[in-house]
Write a protein of this length. Sequence first.
Length: 285
Amino acid sequence: MLRQRSTASSVTLAYAIDEWLRTNEIEASTRKTYVGYIDNHIRPALGAVAVKKIDPRTLETFYTELRRCRTRCDGKPIATHTCRPLAASTIQQIHSIISSTLSAAERWGWINGNPAKITRRPRRKPPEPDPPSTAEASRIVERAFEMDDDWGTLVWLAMTTGMRRGELCGLRFARLDLDAEVIDLRRTWVLGREKDTKTHQNRRIALDSETVALIREHRARVQHRVAALGCPFTEDMFVFSNARTPTTRSRTHPTRSPSGTATWWPASASPLTCTPCGTTARPSC
């Protein structure tokens, strides 16, 4: 494919975005999200427009259309179509992509200024969290333990520490100091691999004595399970795993892993990402 000439008269927004993506260091998960916004919304609407012709009115009109309908339909009633607006937070991210691209275009001499800097953006709605009440949280944890001890421990830890899903999936025993009653949180698990935490900062989470006791019990179960599989237990293993051994107490159902070996997950629970030995490549597991 021929490369487009890098002149102010010919550079389109689509080309500028491709160059910005190519030259910018972006986390894999963030890049995947950005590419989805670009391919689904930005490129179809503005991709062919020359960057020098993009102004605040162009962008504000585009954002207004997205707030009305994410497919930017013509507004005429169609039996098979229902207009669904994009969330303001999503449009904010789309604006961030465009603004960053235009800033790069300005640095590269394709435009004299970045019109996105003075473009009016939709305001995000203030967050309206609706956490479960104390009684509801207690019932959730109780039900989780009825399903499976491992699942109950995971839900309990999520409830008491506020850890993110990826942080729970990426947690290793080496990061648990049960004598000091703290978690040294450094890594998370996203899209099948470990990475830095979302804030790129380490943090220590204090644990109460009841949580420590539950984790000690969970650790003993994992050690027993790993020994039964003929694998050595190491501190580098993940705390939570998708590999389960069915028991009469646990209401579980079998499924198949990508390698074809049977694994067991608690009913109604989303499978996690790792095996007892911390890898998906050990045939013995």
